[in-house]
Ligand binder design. Structure first.
Ligand code: PMP
Length: 404
């Protein structure tokens, strides 16, 4: 892994070289991704799908090439199944609206899990409020894994969709989505996978998984902010009504009514983020040049090393310790029986140049279930190394000595 490709890692924070361990929130960008953005605005910026002129054709070609690259990256059957959005949150909100209009009526049920990010809870709550439907959640076992037996009991003829995270953004645990999809499909219920924390860390193949929808964000995948993906199986996307009206998503507009464009344009109203899609493709190319085997092995090794180092410190409680994880560890520090507030740990780490996340990580129901005010979360990217973990552990020990 070439850290030199990531200029921000040379930044000094409070006079120290940055140790960036907040990759689950957003990843840093390699130079080629930044170059792609500058190149786009310097050489081919133009609105797409509209003009016959040269620049517009180049920009259109780049956007569609990016769509094909995304389809290949997640193993979709066709690039028509790739909708560009602003990110995971935008994708889930779009899906909640479209699916709600098509399928959800009073008394119907949607199932999420007890460890979801707010963006896979609140859009469904809003839909349920609008349609007088009911949001259910898969409960957690004591070890914070999903209770699949309880999930089986939740599925019934009123269930319209199951939407679950592939990897928990708080715990880093990899969820049994294959089993969830299989069980839901036995009752003909579609499944949406929130891949915000999985797609950056492991190969995700939508056809192998057989999920009906997959959502993720570009900015967690070494790409820019403001671009994300909603994948949907063609048979679903054909049936769903559009969630936004405007230019590009139409076939014809008359005062008597509007006919909609074909896939995927039906779901991309207005000027799309064609610079973002091109930069996202560049990020995916960058990752593929390294290769999944190398990235996965590196992150797994680093996560195991960090968990082992943490365990050696007195008073550390790691959540979902020892379970299969994808680059995320959440923990708290106890001084005897007393919890040292995660914000205090995070603040002292920051003063030593170490960036971690503290708080509820936009997953308050899970944090309530754990019964703490928040956690300290470290999360890895492909550029992190053992020196980052060592610097973090040393800074943590110093922080505990001060606070304890
Ligand atoms: N789902 C999960 C599991 C996440 O980790 C995040 C980001 N923390 C989101 C959804 C929301 O992603 P975004 O803010 O990029 O829309």
């Amino acid at each position: 892994m070439n850290r030199n490709d990531f200029p921000i890692l040379k930044e000094l924070v409070h006079g120290r070289e940055l140790v960036y361990l907040d990759n689950a929130a957003t990843s840093q960008k390699p130079q080629p991704v930044m170059d792609a953005i500058v190149e786009a605005y310097s050489h081919w910026n133009s609105n797409i799908h509209r003009g016959v002129h040269h620049l517009s054709q180049v920009a259109t070609m780049k956007h569609e090439e990016a769509r094909k690259a995304v389809a290949a990256f997640i193993g979709a059957e066709s690039s028509d199944e790739i909708i560009f959005t602003k990110g995971t949150t935008d994708s889930i909100n779009a899906l909640a609206f479209c699916l709600g209009e098509l399928l959800v009526h009073e008394g119907d049920e949607i199932i999420v899990s007890g460890l979801e990010h707010h963006s896979n809870i609140v859009p469904w709550q809003m839909l349920c409020e609008r349609k007088k439907a009911v949001l259910r959640h898969i409960p957690l076992r004591d070890d914070l894994s999903l209770d699949i037996e309880a999930f089986k009991g939740l599925l019934n003829d009123k269930t319209r969709l199951v939407s679950v995270a592939h990897v928990s953004n708080v715990l880093g645990t990899i969820q049994p989505v294959e089993e969830i999809i299989r069980l839901a499909h036995e009752s003909n219920i579609p499944v949406c996978i929130d891949g915000a924390q999985s797609v950056p860390h492991m190969p995700v193949d939508v056809q192998a998984l057989n999920c009906d929808f997959l959502v993720f964000s570009g900015h967690k995948l070494y790409g820019p902010t403001g671009i994300g993906v909603l994948y949907g199986k063609r048979e679903w996307l054909e049936k769903l009504p559009p969630h936004e009206g405007g230019g590009e998503m139409i076939n014809h507009v008359r005062w008597s009514g509007t006919s909609y464009n074909e896939l995927p344009y039906k779901f991309e109203a207005g000027t799309p983020n064609y610079v973002g899609s091109w930069a996202l493709k560049t990020a995916m190319d960058y990752m593929q040049a390294i290769g999944w085997d190398a990235m996965e092995a590196h992150e797994q090794e680093l996560t195991a090393y960090c968990e082992q180092q943490l365990r050696a410190i007195d008073g550390i409680r790691i959540y979902a310790a020892g379970q299969r994880k994808a680059g995320v560890i959440s923990f708290n520090v106890y001084n005897g029986k007393e919890l040292i507030h995660p914000f205090d740990i995070g603040t002292l780490l920051d003063q030593q140049g170490v960036a971690v996340r503290t708080g509820h990580h936009c997953a308050e129901p899970l944090i309530d279930e754990i019964g703490v005010p928040g956690t300290v979360r470290v999360s890895f990217g492909l550029y992190n190394d053992r020196a980052d973990v060592d610097a973090f552990i040393a800074a943590l020990q110093k922080s505990i000595a001060i606070l304890g």
